[in-house]
Design a protein around this ligand. Structure first.
Ligand code: GNR
Ligand code: NI
Length: 172
């Protein structure tokens, strides 16, 4: 398995819409495995393929607490099929916006349809941190970052700081 480099915002590649997976073949399973290893190496709870410069609708996640057994999940073509009518704020971070956090308001639970790593179509309901994580990852597949859900002032402040840090070679 391989730890892949993660794109840091602002990067136009993070704003592109990812393409549906046609078949969960060995190439996609390999991508899922590499993404999971990359996520664990960076202490993330989720990762979307566009963050590793792959424009396909693949995400991985694991919201198990540290010290608990790993609970990896692998999803291709995930879609929200039902969302809670009630909206709740939660603090979010992103491996593509390192060291920046903001409150984002989202549905408190979602039902998601996806293909698992065997290519089987499944549905799962998620609430709490998993709900936040999966909505955050599905956003990435549509070129949306958590800062797109906060005020223009806060978004520009975060993106300007990241741009400056990139210029200074902080993430090189
Ligand atoms: O590791 C991550 N933590 C996190 C915390 C709150 C809300 C969403 C996330 S996802 C993030 C990893 C990431 O950038 N996934 O795209
Ligand atoms: Ni993210």
């Amino acid at each position: 398995m391989t730890i892949l480099p993660i794109l840091i915002a602002p990067d136009p590649r993070l704003k592109l819409k990812a393409k549906p997976v046609v078949e969960v073949d060995r190439r996609i399973v390999r991508l899922m495995d590499d993404m999971l290893e990359t996520m664990y190496a960076n202490k993330g709870i989720g990762l979307a393929a566009p963050q590793v410069d792959v424009r396909e609708r693949v995400i991985v996640a694991d919201v198990a607490e540290k010290g608990e057994p790993r609970q990896p999940i692998w999803l291709a073509n995930p879609e929200v099929v039902e969302a809670s009518p009630d909206l709740v704020p939660g603090s979010e971070g992103c491996l593509s916006l390192p060291d920046h956090y903001a409150d984002v308001i989202r549905p408190s639970w979602v039902r998601i349809r996806y293909l698992d790593r065997d290519g089987v179509c499944r549905e799962m309901a998620a609430d709490g941190l998993l709900s936040i994580c999966l909505q955050h990852e599905i956003d990435h597949l549509d070129g949306i970052l958590f800062v797109d859900h906060v005020s223009l002032l806060k978004r520009n402040m975060i993106l300007r700081k990241l741009q400056k840090a990139k210029r200074q070679g902080v993430y090189a």
